[in-house]
Design a protein around this ligand. Structure first.
Ligand code: SAM
Ligand code: GLN
Length: 287
């Protein structure tokens, strides 16, 4: 038997010793207590109920072995929506929530009325497709992925969140070309880690490599989309991408090479890192 306070202190110390961010301890305990509808803050100095203590201890052992907290819980939060996650999908990142916010503000600005045809390429858990279509009811969303297993999870997430998304399996833009789709907005957070890059154990050992690696320079999938995008975009349209923080120069060169007629901008995330690329076709100058 132990109190919440003592157990939290113990695991925070163990996290520091094992290279796990100590904030994970409270974040995990808050999620577990919420599930039990247990008011953690009211009872913080009291003894932990036995079953909660057991679940907390078991979960913390996995987290100390570098397993992501989202895998231990079986879900993570994205834009206020609960997404089931597992080894088949990338755990949606907070930077990607920022991408969604920028997409929604640009839909308001450039497509203020009527239906908006959107596609999310490489949807993974379905996070972007679900958040954008929930937040903007005028959106008609199609989401694709090459991984049939990822799509199974995305379909469940759409159902659980009551989101209307059509899912298609296939390679990048191909399924959209085959269906003759015409888009106002093309969205993608493709795999963009260069193949040789060293990464944290919690990512490399637990997240699907098909979701992470984007060829030698990390830009393989952007080239594919830039090459094919005109086949699926309307004349007036924009594209929104997440990108690696160190890809500004190479990304700019790529857009200028493949899409010389388009206007584009690279936006920073909350940490001040280059993170998002927006490409505009016939949507006016710097409005
Ligand atoms: N959109 C999700 C998000 O933002 O959290 C997942 C992004 S993850 C970085 C990239 C996704 O692209 C993975 O789900 C992966 O299965 C998918 N993918 C990889 N290669 C693909 C391809 N050739 N065609 C379509 N999707 C692909
Ligand atoms: N942001 C993810 C990571 O660094 C990678 C996402 C991606 O490749 N699109 O783990």
């Amino acid at each position: 038997m132990t109190t919440f306070a003592k157990s939290v202190r113990k695991y925070e110390k163990l996290c520091r010793a094992n290279d796990v961010p100590p904030e994970t301890v409270m974040a995990f305990l808050v999620e577990l207590s919420m599930k039990e509808r247990y008011n953690l803050y009211l009872h913080y100095e009291e003894e932990m109920p036995e079953d909660l203590e057991k679940r907390f201890d078991e979960g913390m052992q996995r987290i100390l072995n570098q397993e992501p907290m989202a895998h231990v819980l079986g879900y993570s939060w994205f834009y206020g929506y609960r997404m089931i996650v597992n080894g088949d999908v990338l755990i949606p990142r907070s930077e990607t929530e920022e991408l969604c916010a920028h997409i929604l503000s640009r839909i308001d600005r450039y497509f203020p009325e009527g239906e908006v045809e959107c596609a999310d390429i490489g949807t993974g858990s379905g996070a972007i497709a679900i958040a954008v279509s929930k937040e903007e009811p005028r959106v008609r969303m199609t989401a694709t992925d090459i991984s049939a297993d990822a799509l199974k999870t995305a379909v469940i997430n759409a159902q659980e969140n009551d989101a209307h998304v059509s899912f298609m399996a296939g390679d990048m833009v191909r399924p959209l070309i085959d269906r003759g789709c015409r888009l106002d907005v093309l969205i993608s957070n493709p795999p963009y880690i260069p193949s040789e890059e060293q990464m944290e154990k919690s990512v490399v050992d637990f997240e699907p490599h098909v979701a992470l690696f984007g060829g030698n320079d990390g830009l393989y999938f952007y080239r594919q989309i830039f090459r094919d995008c005109r086949k699926v975009l309307k004349d007036r349209a924009f594209m929104a991408f997440e990108m690696g923080w160190d890809q500004r120069e190479r990304m700019s060169a790529l857009v200028e090479e493949y899409l010389p007629e388009a206007r584009y901008e690279i936006l920073k995330d909350m940490n001040g890192k280059d993170r998002m690329l927006f490409v505009y076709f016939n949507l006016g100058d710097d409005e």
